[in-house]
Design a protein around this ligand. Structure first.
Ligand code: FRU
Length: 482
């Protein structure tokens, strides 16, 4: 049965068959959310990169459509954006109606310096169902081997399109502007800054609502390898963008959009309906082992969509992410209320099956560590906990299930902030555990490969002398595949 195979995600998008990596061209248009994605139409390994396509009315229930942008003439279609050209600035929209324009990287494979990457465009007059490659492609060519992942959005300050695009080996994001999506003028570069261990890829420039009613700019950039947890991952900078230059706020530490191993190349949706918060969605995998995951007949899946805001953090700000799950809640929330007595080490909280969601808040405690273990069977569990002595929150999948290869059976850690509450929002699917800790200021996404879909949640504590109170809620989640 399709979508019922072992490990098949039930609340996350995955293609019915074959390989996917990065999400591409996330955009809302005419009542539909579009998810394009790096896709191999011919197999379950990376290759023949094309744009797959799916649409949704709620960011969760996806309907997969035929390939949108196929590999052609020896050129692969790498990561990029889609914009809605409301006023036909490109001249590519027919009959004066708004149309969709994709801006992507044309990748010509070659040995070493023979490889070529440039930026190209394509347009669609029928809500993304069919596409025409622009005859004047490429529209931006520096004759470079590595120059990719254009992230384009409309900028109200300068009334122009802005492109953030990666110079992977220079650890830079270059900014270009355009009035027509065809001619691009370079206005600045950002970087190197923060982590520079591997190639920079998949930039995303977004403006997020911040505490106090203002808005703040964020520049997110992928790095592979050299991420915090090893392999691929993503850091972000908060700062100012005037339509030309991005400057990060002085004194802000390097932060990561996700502190787990499995969130990469997230981009934000363009052209969201008014009032909808910026929304990030990423590829839920890591280049260290992505091609070894034991799933069939597909390989690769996306994270949940996450609404993003900025919240105060001392003198600065930090992003807070909140996954979209409400439309999937199956029935009313079940309340959680538990007390671990003074010397008690564990207590069972609930027993459900994935997909499920739980939210937990731990009252202030003197325990050295505490949290929740999610058992799939007696010998397999994922542990999510706060280590107050070490000032970290962690997700440990070492005992969760099988491993597809090296670098998988690990624990991921993120530094906590003592003044924020000890809370967790956890979404468990057939092959992933997404954690949002401390009011969503720490997102931690990890794949897991457990033997069953059971989720028996047990709270645990180590150390301390006083009782611990846990409260919260849980939900069964409905499958998005109906
Ligand atoms: C990131 C990435 C992008 C590139 C795409 C190719 O995962 O390497 O930089 O456009 O994947 O599939």
């Amino acid at each position: 049965k399709p979508y019922a195979e072992p490990y098949r995600p039930q609340v996350h998008f995955s293609p019915r068959q074959n390989w996917t990596n990065d999400p591409n061209g996330l955009v809302h248009f005419d009542g539909e959310y579009h998810l394009f994605f790096q896709y191999n139409p011919f197999g379950d390994k990376w290759g023949h990169m094309s744009w797959g396509h799916a649409v949704s009315s709620d960011l969760l229930h996806w309907k997969e459509l035929p390939v949108a942008l196929p590999e052609h003439d020896g050129e692969m279609i790498f990561t990029g954006s889609v914009v809605v050209d409301e006023h036909n600035t490109s001249g590519l929209c027919k009959d004066g109606k708004p149309c969709m324009v994709a801006i992507y990287t044309s990748h010509r494979p070659g040995n070493g310096r023979e490889q070529r990457e440039s930026q190209s465009i394509a347009s669609s007059q029928d809500r993304g169902r069919t596409w025409q490659f622009y005859a004047g492609n490429p529209v931006l060519d520096l004759d470079m081997a590595d120059f990719r992942d254009p992230n384009v959005s409309w900028n109200d300050q300068i009334h122009r399109w802005v492109m953030a695009v990666a110079l992977p080996n220079e650890h830079k994001v270059a900014f270009y502007t355009s009035t027509d999506l065809k001619q691009w003028a370079k206005v600045s570069t950002f970087g190197p800054e923060g982590a520079t261990g591997g190639q920079w890829e998949c930039p995303d420039l977004l403006q997020v609502p911040a505490d106090g009613g203002r808005k703040i700019w964020a520049l997110k950039v992928g790095i592979n390898p050299g991420a915090l947890q090893g392999g691929s991952g993503e850091q972000y900078f908060l700062g100012n963008f005037d339509g030309r230059e991005f400057h990060s706020l002085p004194g802000t530490p390097v932060r990561w959009t996700d502190y787990g191993k499995d969130s990469y190349c997230a981009i934000s949706f363009n052209h969201l309906p008014p009032g909808e918060k910026p929304t990030l969605l990423g590829w839920m995998s890591n280049w260290q082992y992505a091609d070894k995951l034991p799933t069939q007949p597909w390989r690769g899946q996306m994270t949940l969509p996450r609404r993003v805001v900025a919240v105060k953090d001392g003198d600065s700000f930090v992003l807070s992410e909140d996954p979209v799950t409400a439309p999937l809640h199956d029935g009313a929330a079940r309340p959680i209320r538990k007390q671990l007595a003074a010397k008690q080490e564990i207590a069972e909280l609930l027993s459900l099956e994935s997909p499920m969601e739980m939210q937990l808040t731990f009252a202030p405690t003197d325990a050295e560590s505490f949290g929740v273990r999610l058992y799939s069977d007696d010998s397999h569990w994922t542990e999510i906990g706060f280590d107050t002595a070490g000032h970290v929150v962690y997700a440990d999948r070492i005992h969760a299930g099988v491993s597809p290869g090296e670098n998988f059976l690990v624990r991921t850690d993120a530094r906590t902030v003592a003044t924020r509450p000890w809370n967790l929002k956890i979404v468990v699917d057939r092959s992933s555990v997404e954690v949002f800790a401390q009011d969503g200021t720490i997102a931690m996404t990890n794949l897991v490969l457990p033997p069953t879909s059971n989720v028996k949640a047990v709270v645990f504590r180590e150390g301390g002398t006083k009782a611990i109170a846990v409260s919260g809620r849980s939900w069964r989640l409905k499958s998005i595949w109906g």
